[in-house]
Design a protein around this ligand. Sequence first.
Ligand code: HEC
Ligand code: HEC
Length: 272
Amino acid sequence: MKINLSSDVVNQLSLVGAAAIVILTVYVAGKYIKQMKTDTSTGELSDENWDGIGEYKNPVPTGWIVSFLGTMIWGLWYWFLGYPLNAFSQIGQYNEEVKTYNAEFAKKWQNPDKETLMAMGEGVFLVQCAPCHGLDGGGIDGKAQGFDKRMKENQVLYVIEHGQHQLGYPMGEMPAGMASGDDAKTIAKWIAGGMKGEKPAAFAACASCHGEDGKGLGGQAPNLAEYDATLVKHVLTHGKKGSIGTMPAFNDGRLTDIQMEAVANYIASLKE
Ligand code: HEC
Ligand code: HEC
């Protein structure tokens, strides 16, 4: 970046300040050197006397007080109105640039075709998600979600047993104990198996919130059947702590909406 001194009032003030300090230093040093040659001591001695060394009763010099207070005022101005908190900063500029770039990006990819979306999803996945979820989305040694299945049996059982309230769906909280014993196991097995074959009767306890087809009633509750964009967006926004481990939130603007949708598309393509 090219620094343009003339356009920045803070830089200009700093330069004026530096020049003033140099001029004052030369002047004061010269004055005292001259004074040391000619001066004889006068004035009233204070009562204290340490080992024969006395001290004159000098008033605090006005110039010193003025510069002391001036420094404090300048310090406050600098912090609250000047450089660090209010005006230009590298972090501020970085954030501005990211914002501009993201806006351009969103405009450019407003309606990507399926192929582009998939390629974008793969790109995002390899950079942001693969370190935990594995290059092929299979999870690394079971330490993160494998995307070959929407959820595994023990994960569903864990949620049924403990309930869950962290993803910020309009439906709110999933209460613990919506099913138990063999019913819970049968449901979990059916969901983990991709919801194929006959639907267990006990799923009725889940359908009121997750829908007859398990797809979450159009975003009211999580889609249990597949990774749709709504689910991935909720997980990325809130992070997730579950029976496998903890997934960090990505809600700091690292991913745009279209990138979330792209990565959801990509994840959906990873199933068996
Ligand atoms: C009262 C509504 C309600 C009922 C009934 C309900 N759920 Fe849920 N479920 C939710 C909500 C809301 C969430 C999201 C919770 C969150 O924010 O973390 C959820 C989350 C889940 C999750 C975790 C999804 C994920 O990706 O984290 C699973 C699995 C699940 N439910 C399975 C079931 C099963 C199986 C049943 C029936 C035995 C059931 N739910 C009954 C509302 C419900
Ligand atoms: C620091 C490691 C880490 C990173 C990075 C990470 N994840 Fe995760 N993710 C996890 C863990 C651990 C889980 C399992 C959470 C649980 O126990 O349910 C998970 C679960 C998930 C789930 C399933 C959630 C559910 O409710 O079924 C999705 C979807 C997901 N991650 C998507 C992503 C995407 C997309 C990215 C990249 C943008 C990503 N993750 C990056 C660790 C990570």
